[in-house]
Design a protein around this ligand. Structure first.
Ligand SMILES: Cc1cc2nc3c(=O)[nH]c(=O)nc-3n(C[C@H](O)[C@H](O)[C@H](O)COP(=O)(O)OP(=O)(O)OC[C@H]3O[C@@H](n4cnc5c(N)ncnc54)[C@H](O)[C@@H]3O)c2cc1C
Length: 500
């Protein structure tokens, strides 16, 4: 592959060529760029990003109080120390990424307002050709690349998921989804109903309760909340001792990972006791008068959906202050003045917020064509959930759902760079995963197994995702603790990767 970006001419249009093309300038895309520069400094690359700025999730979401729900020692990169409090605002995360872009000289590689619409692979040319819509000029431009690195996340950024609730058109006030929050939404002294009970609802409610007259959390079923101070005692101690930030970052990461490993193990082996501890945590904040059994006692095993961290118990504090309340019920219909629930109560609202999740999107809503045939991604088998059978020279970063996403982004980035170097050493231009004879009888399992993690957005759209198998390297365990050794030690010559 060439050292610098050059230009390939064809009969229709000039296309800009790079060795590696990264789709998305969120936390994964920036990570990919960092590793490429470190590990494969001879490769030319660009990042194409639909939006007008970097940060992905942290740029898209602008709702009140927006913050991480996992700690930044593990959600931050392993190679860039986090120096703030564990649970961070979107603003602090964007500041951190902004520093990375400068420190690592990545900014010049990003093309904003470049939305990839179509990706076509040609065996003959051994290249991907991308059709890209420029948001600023509305033109379609073309790029070609040898390797396509998909860092487009896992959900559609342009719109969130709102179920079709009965009577929505009757409601007289605004209905807002957190993913597309209007800049001018005035909720001061207003009654707000937030539908949902996930991390987004838990973030929004205390933030809005400061100014709103009252915020009601309307949930169909409860979620586990894990209230804890927004500080880490090991980090605080090491910082007090003036230990270098790099050391503090690594030590606290390892401590958090160990603690989470224990929780994850207990969620499988000692689920009842863990459940009781989590519920006792809520009870401690809310007192004995509050009906914790009804509102904060989920029916599922802990960790089967993400554990929502409530820093400093702020959700519970808003409830205690009478500024927020919880209703656990089903929606019968929206009305002119609010929401009628199955029990017969009408919840009055000036504004309704649908914190009902997002739309899972497999490949950035890009139309993929392989040698003139449309790709059905659901037909592919995931090779460690990174590469896909029948799709040459393409990797996708799908992070962890329980452990911080970035822990996997780092592992995938190292893997892709190792693969690129291996290909160069072999003189191979193309790598495509393929089933071995001995793999052909594998059962086709869902990309994320329901008994492992069953968030609603996954269950709704699992049919668009690739398959996983029951043996290495076709398993996608979503388990950091096994993958941290497996991914770096992947045998690149085990017969599951076809090189040409
Ligand atoms: C509100 C919220 C809070 C979250 N908090 C956490 C957390 O605390 N911890 C955690 O581990 N995970 C969290 N997540 C999950 C989160 O999405 C990931 O952790 C992480 O931010 C994903 O990073 P990413 O770069 O892979 O993808 P994204 O952040 O989704 O970024 C992808 C980028 O690709 C761009 N893109 C997509 N398609 C195209 C295309 N066709 N052409 C060009 N560009 C394209 C998008 O515009 C976007 O900028 C949260 C998710 C949400 C919605």
């Amino acid at each position: 592959m060439s050292a610098a970006a050059d230009t390939i001419h064809d009969t229709q249009q000039t296309a800009e060529h790079v060795d590696v093309l990264i789709v998305g300038a969120g936390i994964s895309g920036i990570d990919a760029a960092y590793y490429l520069q470190q590990e494969c400094p001879d490769k030319s690359f660009v990042l194409l990003e639909t939006q007008e700025s970097f940060g992905g999730t942290w740029h898209t979401h602008k709702f009140p109080g927006i913050r991480s729900d996992s700690d930044l020692f593990t959600f931050g990169y392993k190679w860039k120390p986090w120096t703030g409090v564990p649970i961070a605002s979107a603003e602090a995360i964007l500041d951190y990424l902004n520093e990375v872009l400068d420190e690592q000289d990545i900014r010049r590689h990003i093309r904003y307002r470049h939305e990839v619409k179509r990706a076509t692979w040609s065996d003959q040319e051994k290249l991907w050709t991308l059709e890209v819509r420029r948001g600023d000029t509305d033109e379609t431009v073309r790029f070609t690349c040898n390797f396509l690195w998909m860092c487009q996340g896992y959900y559609r950024h342009s719109e969130g998921y709102t179920p079709d609730f009965p009577g929505m058109d009757r409601f007289q006030g605004p209905i807002v989804h957190p993913q597309t929050w209007p800049d001018d939404l005035d909720y001061k002294d207003k009654k707000v109903v937030v539908i949902g009970s996930g991390a987004t609802a838990a973030t929004l409610i205390p933030a809005m309760a400061k100014d709103a007259e009252h915020v009601t959390m309307l949930q169909r079923s409860p979620t586990y909340f894990f209230a804890r101070p927004n500080s880490h005692e090991v980090a605080d101690m090491l910082r007090e001792l003036d230990i270098p930030d790099e050391w503090t970052h690594e030590i606290v990461r390892q401590k958090i990972l160990l603690d989470q490993k224990i929780i994850t193990q207990r969620s499988f082996e000692d689920a009842d006791a863990l459940k009781q501890e989590l519920i006792a945590g809520a009870r401690l904040y809310l007192g004995t008068e509050f009906d914790v059994d009804k509102h904060f006692t989920p029916s599922y095993r802990p960790w089967r959906q993400r554990l929502a961290v409530v820093p400093d118990g702020d959700l519970f504090q808003a409830i205690n202050a009478g500024k927020a309340s919880v209703v656990t019920d089903q929606i019968e219909t929206f009305t002119e003045k609010g929401i009628l629930v199955t029990s017969g109560d009408e919840l009055e609202a000036d504004i309704i917020v649908t914190a009902t999740g997002f739309n899972l999107s497999a490949l950035g809503d890009i139309e993929f064509v392989i040698n003139d045939k449309p790709l059905n991604f659901a037909d592919c088998w995931g090779h460690r959930g990174i590469l896909f059978t029948g799709v040459p020279n393409m990797a996708w970063v799908f992070g962890y759902l329980r452990t911080s996403w970035t822990m996997r982004a780092d592992l995938v980035s190292e893997f892709v760079c190792r693969l690129l170097k291996h290909m160069d050493a072999k003189g191979a231009k193309v790598v495509t995963p393929q089933l071995r004879e001995s793999d052909k009888d594998m059962p086709a399992l869902p990309f994320i197994q329901d008994d492992n993690f069953n968030a609603g957005y996954l269950v709704r759209k699992m049919h668009i995702m690739p398959k996983q198998g029951d043996r290495e390297p076709w398993i996608f365990s979503q388990d950091y603790y096994t993958e941290k050794d497996q991914i770096p030690n992947t045998d690149l010559e085990d017969g599951t990767l076809n090189y040409r």
